[in-house]
Write a protein that binds this ligand. Structure first.
Ligand code: F6R
Length: 607
């Protein structure tokens, strides 16, 4: 995730670009920059860190000009630094980019062989070189030079480019990353998201996959990469500015719940190798011959992801996996050392307990692989390697999209290890890789079918206690469902392994306690139905989460929340969705502060 803005019109561009970037800072704040075309070509200002640094630079020296582009970065390729900040200027061409150019390494090698010098570690600089190369090679226009570049790159991008030799014009392209065109009177805007331009215009065009746009102050021409015209309707935006920042959703949490299919796609992109039936851990090597065991350490929701990871890694690699709460691990004089692979999961990358556990494990000789959503944060920096989740900044305190993005990272590790231990046969790997690739689409389908759950929330908002039951891969999801409900609805909730009910917790069941039973079809299904029958016999109110079309389950429950069919290892991506939506809806019905629940903080840097 990064934020992009562009402006061409009669006004000074710099204040408009900075205003837009301020509204997009939620998309990343590792660095910020603008390029504004004045009488002597584009002047580029960039700085590491939050937008405030760039604003201070602009106060000292405001680039003058009525056309420009801006960027706020969430680092993927290349550390957060001034050299890696966008815009990247090569020759006459300046470029900003949101996304990932997957084939940047061979392209960079080819460009270096032809004598081109690079000044950053980013994939974006490749695009600036390709456009510059094409212009110098005689491309008849800036947009044609962009098309030549696009034919060479694979990946996800929203790209915006300008050239000193083509003042008065901005060109842009979209594939998989968002880009919106804003149509004003005698002025035109580009942005990653509507809030960035809403104070200037309400007429917008949501660009679609493969669109290539040529933008002037008088409007925009949309074509495909071959130059064939495309028609896109303009829409008038009715939302106010505050609602627009949340993409039209009333809360960040709901927006983030709906962003999950995109977060999974971005986390898998370039790493899930369909043809090779394999997964790439971006250079992190595991010596599987000497791998004694895997130890996963994390806190809270990330710990629940780790519990699912145990099923995934044991299921594919047949290596024993232990999962530990970081706050317990570090104080226990843990048995850990060479031969152990420690996976430290932390959305923020800053959780004090997880950080201390990482240091403890490394001091005792283990290798540590971090899974984190924040580039260059403390836990990745203290580990031997890192697999970043590409969920984009998570603003709602209750973690949703980072949780499923962590599951995606863990599935990659499971496939990678399974292939290297030889325990995941090529055919089984092919099936798992294919199913994983289908998961974002199934999540979208599930979110659409589940709807807003307002009715359910009205019925259950006065409940004092909730139980969540699941087996196998869905036991951690029962724990996560209970945690989500506690955090934002302030309702007491417990998650249990369904088979454990009869060993004690069943005493809690009466007609005032709703029981959420995770019962998708697959291994353990019949057993869960038996546990469900035990609850029903004690007058428990049952909300089932099951596979679409399961009439047998529907007959046993008061209400069923349906999800698409999936193999057991991947079911948690889907079973967690109704639980997130239900907690959200109940919290809203109770009038709670959903995005900033009481007593909680997004990043827990105390022990
Ligand atoms: C729950 C939640 C917390 C975090 C926990 C660990 O919604 O967000 O339980 O999961 O504080 O945080 P990270 O993953 O940043 O280490």
């Amino acid at each position: 995730m990064c934020g992009i803005v562009g402006y061409v019109g009669p006004k000074q561009a710099t204040p408009i670009l900075l205003g837009g970037l301020r509204r997009l800072e939620y998309r990343g704040y590792d660095s910020a920059g603008v390029a504004v075309v004045g009488s002597r070509g584009a002047q580029v200002l960039r700085c590491r860190g939050k937008l405030a640094g760039l604003e201070a630079m602009v106060q000292r020296e405001m680039p003058e000009g009525t056309l420009g582009i801006g960027h706020t970065r969430w680092a993927t390729h290349g550390r957060p630094s001034e050299a890696n900040a966008h815009p990247h200027k090569v020759g006459s061409v300046s470029v900003v980019h949101n996304g990932i150019i997957e084939n940047y390494l061979p392209l960079r090698a080819r460009l270096e062989t032809s004598g081109r010098k690079f000044s950053s570690e980013t994939d974006t600089e490749i695009v600036a070189h390709l456009i510059d190369e094409s212009l110098l090679g005689g491309a008849p226009s800036l947009v044609e030079a962009l098309r030549v570049a696009l034919r060479q790159v694979h990946g996800a991008y929203a790209l915006v480019a300008i050239s000193d030799k083509h003042p008065g014009e901005i060109v842009a392209a979209k594939n998989a990353s968002p880009l919106v065109l804003g149509l004003g009177k005698g002025e035109t805007f580009l942005a990653s998201d509507v809030p960035a331009i809403l104070e200037h215009t309400r007429e917008v065009v949501f660009l679609d996959e493969g669109d290539v746009v040529q933008v002037t102050a008088d409007g925009a021409t949309i074509t495909d990469v071959e130059g064939k015209p495309r028609q896109r309707p303009a829409r008038s935006i009715e939302w106010d500015a505050a609602a627009a920042e949340k993409g039209g959703y009333p809360h960040f949490m709901l927006k983030e719940i709906h962003e999950q299919p995109r977060a999974i796609t971005d986390t898998l992109r370039g790493r899930l190798l369909l043809e090779d039936r394999d997964a790439d851990l971006e250079g992190f090597e595991v010596d599987v011959r000497n791998l004694r065991r895997v130890l996963i350490i994390a806190c809270g929701t990330s710990y629940h992801a780790g519990l699912v990871g145990k099923f995934m890694i044991e299921g594919t690699a047949r290596v024993p996996v232990e999962v530990d709460l970081a706050s317990e691990f570090r104080y226990r004089d843990p048995v850990v050392g060479a031969g152990d692979l420690v996976i430290a999961i932390s959305q923020s990358g800053e959780t004090a307990d997880t950080l201390a556990a990482v240091k403890e494990a490394r001091a005792r000789g283990a290798r540590v692989l971090a899974i984190s959503n924040v580039v260059d944060s403390a836990i990745p920096r203290s580990s031997n390697g890192v697999l970043y989740t590409h969920a984009g900044p998570e603003i709602g305190v209750a973690s949703t999209k980072c949780f499923t993005a962590q599951l995606a990272a863990l599935s990659l590790i499971a496939i990678h290890l399974g292939r290297r231990t030889g325990k995941l046969a090529p055919d089984a790997a092919a099936k798992l890789v294919e199913e994983l690739a289908l998961t974002p689409t199934k999540m979208t389908e599930a979110l659409e079918a589940l709807g807003d759950m307002k009715q359910l929330a009205r019925e259950y908002r006065y409940a004092k206690d909730f139980l969540f039951l699941g087996r196998g891969t869905n036991y951690p999801i029962a724990l996560e469902g209970a945690l989500k409900l506690k955090e934002i609805s302030y309702i007491h909730a417990e998650g249990y392994a369904a088979g454990e009910m009869k060993h004690g917790p069943i005493a809690l069941v009466d007609d005032g306690v709703p029981v959420v039973v995770l019962a998708p079809q697959g291994p353990g299904y019949e057993k869960v139905l038996s546990n469900l029958a035990e609850v029903r016999a004690r007058n428990g109110e049952i909300i089932g989460v099951g596979t679409k079309g399961d009439q047998q389950l529907a007959n046993l429950c008061d209400r069923v929340l349906s999800i698409p069919d999936a193999p057991a290892l991947l079911q948690p991506f889907l079973t967690v969705l109704p639980l997130q939506l239900m907690s959200y809806a109940i919290a809203v019905a109770k009038g709670n502060d959903v995005d900033q629940p009481r007593n909680l903080a997004k990043s827990v840097t105390v022990e």
